[in-house]
Design a protein around this ligand. Sequence first.
Ligand SMILES: NC(=O)C1=CN([C@@H]2O[C@H](COP(=O)(O)OP(=O)(O)OC[C@H]3O[C@@H](n4cnc5c(N)ncnc54)[C@H](O)[C@@H]3O)[C@@H](O)[C@H]2O)C=CC1
Ligand SMILES: O=P(O)(O)OC[C@H]1O[C@](O)(CO)[C@@H](O)[C@@H]1O
Length: 381
Amino acid sequence: MKALHFGAGNIGRGFIGLILSRAGYNVMFSDVNQELVKALQQRGQYTVELANESKDTETVTGVSAIDGTQLETVAQNVAEADLVTTAVGVGILKHIAPGIAKGLEARLNTGLVQKPLHIIACENAIGASTQLKEHVYALLEEPVRALADQYVYFPDSAVDRIVPIQHHEDSLHVQVEPFYEWVVDRSQLAPAFLPIEGVLYVDDLEPYIERKLFTVNTGHCCAAYIGYVNGYDTIQKAIADEKVKSLVYGALQETGEVLVKRFGFNPEDHQQYISKILGRFVNPHLTDEVTRVGRSPLRKLSPNDRLVRPALQAYEYGMETTNLARGMAAACKFDVSDDPEAAELQDLIKQKGIAAALSHYTSMDEQHPVLKQAVEHYHQM
Ligand SMILES: NC(=O)C1=CN([C@@H]2O[C@H](COP(=O)(O)OP(=O)(O)OC[C@H]3O[C@@H](n4cnc5c(N)ncnc54)[C@H](O)[C@@H]3O)[C@@H](O)[C@H]2O)C=CC1
Ligand SMILES: O=P(O)(O)OC[C@H]1O[C@](O)(CO)[C@@H](O)[C@@H]1O
């Protein structure tokens, strides 16, 4: 079985590639980073090390790579694949859509490969596979789209594993936290889908993706932004500061109240989930930079993402939002010049002021109480 995976980065190699390989797939990576592509082609394997006391290491074999800038090659690999997955960043999905669309055309028009194909976007976003489907469908002619409706499936998924930026002599080696969770929406699969070992299939993904995004990712980004404001360079150092830790904890209490109300989670179980997540953030075997965890602040401030969506839900329910608003304010202080989104945010704040900038990226009205709360925190920081 052959899987084509877009993005041979940290999650690509350290999580999805590893799970697929264990499940019996030969993994072909598609990436635009030529050094990565060359190294994977030459070596055909790489190592994954767990961030634990004994540094358990596994070799992933039978892998290769293609140059993601070569449309024809990408399309040919899509046409031949038994499974397609991605971990490129949700904003990059539109850029891989042309290769997928061309591959589907080839696959479906020849009539040779009319067996079902699953395309799973493993990105930190709600409905990422559905978003990818929209990008791909926009490029398909009607007859191919009709065939795709019959033979191509885009199940949404939630992926959870902390994989920091890697600093090893071996450019393919990747260190990952021991924990992982890959959840896929069963209701969006082909009837005869062969389950991938290591993946959890659920009938309703919404509670899983929202619990993950609004606990792991909300907590992590608050630790990054508040840590950054307080002068820390890593998540581990930031959370060692009780003041930062209690603000992160506060944000997770706010999202937690919303999640418990929306999905009927047992409140005690949810508190345990929060504690487990905070424990993962401070794994002493990992060094995770605040600039990585805070990366792409515009995405993280967008209306459906980890700060604004739970804050607006909390506001609608009449619940507390101050720590989430503080997280938004700290995101606006994230002045990291080599992060293009941070640079754009800082420019707009300089040009239009904090309230207008925050309103622009969050889609909240400048008079919205949550936005006003964030602005107040911003001025106090
Ligand atoms: N690193 C982590 O701890 C986690 C990350 N995620 C999500 O996984 C996704 C990937 O994140 P990371 O692996 O950390 O990022 P990364 O930056 O390490 O990997 C992304 C890879 O995609 C490649 N890429 C960019 N444009 C491409 C294109 N057009 N075609 C093919 N490849 C392309 C890049 O060259 C890079 O190798 C993101 O959506 C992230 O939110 C989800 C859970 C955990
Ligand atoms: O690109 P993003 O959304 O910051 O993704 C990385 C985040 O996802 C996580 O891996 C959680 O699964 C965190 O390590 C990290 O904060």
